[in-house]
Design a protein around this ligand. Structure first.
Ligand code: SF4
Ligand code: SF4
Length: 71
């Protein structure tokens, strides 16, 4: 699959459940060093582009991830 997407993660919503990390086929998400207002280390996107498969967004119980597909 082509690398044709990117995501944004709302770090204030994230509860660091790591579900997005477990499903990402690109290893494109990790927990960050910072601490969000809820007291969690929020997930962060660590690549410039990804597959845009949306698995991470579908899994996120906090609906913190938005996926942008490119042509
Ligand atoms: S859209 Fe797919 S490839 Fe991109 S970060 Fe989410 S799970 Fe990973
Ligand atoms: S699935 Fe959502 S709440 Fe869980 S770590 Fe990823 S962004 Fe945070």
């Amino acid at each position: 699959m082509a690398m044709n997407g990117t995501i944004t993660i709302d770090k204030t919503l994230c509860k660091a459940c790591e579900l997005c990390i477990s499903v990402c086929p690109e290893g494109a998400i990790q927990l960050s060093d910072e601490i969000n207002p809820k007291g969690y280390h929020p997930a962060e996107f660590i690549k410039e582009r990804c597959k845009g498969c949306s698995l991470c967004a579908l899994m996120c119980p906090e609906v913190a991830i938005e996926v942008f597909r490119e042509r």
